[in-house]
Design a protein around this ligand. Structure first.
Ligand code: AMP
Ligand code: GLY
Length: 419
């Protein structure tokens, strides 16, 4: 099978890493990719947001499957453009991707499907936002309606800051604050059959102890030793299936990856957000644990034949990923800094620890930073403690001037599991 992956982050590197290990994959291509992906796939300098160019590339390569990684191309209709030339695509249509592209649309689908989520108001004026903020009280949750790369949400007890964020967006969703730990649960679906993956936890804040601003995600781990064993089944029945059914009922079936961002509150599970693609960095740890070869699963979702697939197989291992970010991320990051130590990780820590690239590119013989999140250092182990040790040992070998990473990824979960 010839596979083309669209995107250039650590999630796409994780997808390419898994696909490169799949014996069914005979050729692997990526557009536009990054310096790490170039080691396992052939790169093509095609704009991920240009549906026609992606469809032409897929046709020229005689691709059997196209996997669209990030949300922006999905919301721009890139999956539709590829489907229109008759090539199977893993990723939802432009209309179904509105589940991520518009928070107001997602709220409407959840209300129709009876999916538990935070109570909310959609506001288009400062007056409406002020009323909604007053109705819910602190802590305030204000979300930009559109795509914002994980940075459109402000959670604060400062009313002025909440109002300022609302004023900076055209349309905002103001909602009730949800207390309790967060879980990311992904499901692969062909629009009808829904296959949940293993849950993971993401660390959204920039600094240790969940301090600092929201980011795209600073690390992740899986499994969640503290979660109830029935969690996956419960989310499947209450959240994932009803959502997939509702989108099919509307005539816009969702096929691809449905990402449920959940809060486990004292009153039960609530959806914080949906995404229409694999999460980053959770994918790095979920795929590290998946034993079933990936390509056949993604192709079955694209072809509508997931019901015929045997159950997924998982490793007992735990997985941890630590994101190494540029100086000043999540503000305007500094780029162009050389990265060294990558060979040492490969020589001394592999195969249990490995580096997935996010914002990197080649500059002559050097690999340099090219984005906010630069690397996602991933490791597996017999438990979270071992996976953490391996991940942080590898992080310690990497040198990138001014870089930052959290030191507490999976620390609490590992400690609690050890008691
Ligand atoms: P989102 O982009 O919707 O995932 O929001 C980013 C982050 O903001 C989430 O991962 C949560 O940590 C936080 N957040 C979003 N909505 C809420 C809420 N209703 N209550 C508490 N925290 C929230
Ligand atoms: N890890 C959060 C996201 O992918 O949106």
């Amino acid at each position: 099978m010839k596979v083309l992956v669209i995107g250039s982050g650590a999630r796409e590197h994780a997808l390419c890493h898994s696909l490169s290990l799949d014996p069914d994959v005979t050729a692997l291509h990526c557009a536009p990719g990054n310096a790490g992906i170039a080691e396992v796939a052939e790169l093509h300098a095609v704009d991920a947001l240009d549906g026609r160019a992606v469809a032409e590339l897929a046709t020229g390569l005689r691709a059997d499957l196209v996997v669209v990684g990030p949300e922006a191309p999905l919301v721009a209709g890139v999956a539709d453009a590829v489907r229109a030339v008759g090539i199977p695509v893993f990723g939802p249509s432009r209309e179904a991707a509105q589940l991520e592209g518009s928070k107001a649309f997602a709220k409407d689908v959840m209300a129709a499907a009876g999916v538990p989520t935070a109570r909310s108001y959609v506001c288009t004026t400062a007056e409406e936002a002020a009323e909604a903020l007053d109705a819910f009280g602190a802590p305030y949750v204000v979300k930009d309606d559109g795509l914002a790369a994980g940075k459109g949400v402000v959670v604060t007890s400062d009313l002025d800051a909440a109002e300022r964020h609302a004023a900076g967006c055209d349309r905002v969703v103001v909602e009730e604050f949800l207390d309790g730990p967060e879980v990311s649960l992904f499901a692969i679906t062909d629009g009808e059959t829904v296959v949940p993956l293993q849950p993971a936890q993401d660390f959204k804040r920039a600094l240790d102890g969940d301090e600092g601003p929201n980011t795209g995600g600073m690390g992740a781990y899986s499994p969640l030793p503290w979660a109830e064993p029935k969690l996956v089944d419960e989310v499947l029945e209450k959240v994932l299936r009803p959502t997939v059914d509702e989108l099919r009922r509307r005539g816009t079936p969702f096929s691809g990856l449905l990402y449920a961002g959940l809060a486990i509150t004292s009153r039960g599970v609530r959806v914080i957000e949906f995404n229409a693609r694999f999460g980053d960095p959770e994918t790095q740890v979920v795929l590290a644990r998946l034993r079933t070869p990936l390509a056949g699963v993604l192709l079955a979702a694209a072809n509508g034949t997931l019901a015929d697939l045997p159950p997924l197989r998982w490793r007992e291992d735990a997985a941890v990923t630590v994101v190494v970010a540029s100086h000043n991320y999540p503000g305007t990051p500094r780029t162009g800094d050389p990265i060294t130590g990558l060979d040492e990780v490969a020589a001394q820590d592999g195969p249990h620890a490995y580096v997935l690239h996010a914002g990197t590119k080649r500059d002559g013989d050097a690999v340099v930073s090219a984005g906010g999140r630069v690397l996602s250092v991933t490791a597996t182990g017999k438990d979270l403690t071992e996976a953490r040790e391996r991940a942080y040992r590898a992080v310690g070998r990497i040198r990138l001037d001014g870089s930052q990473h959290r030191t507490d990824i999976a620390a609490k979960a590992a400690q609690e599991a050890g008691v």
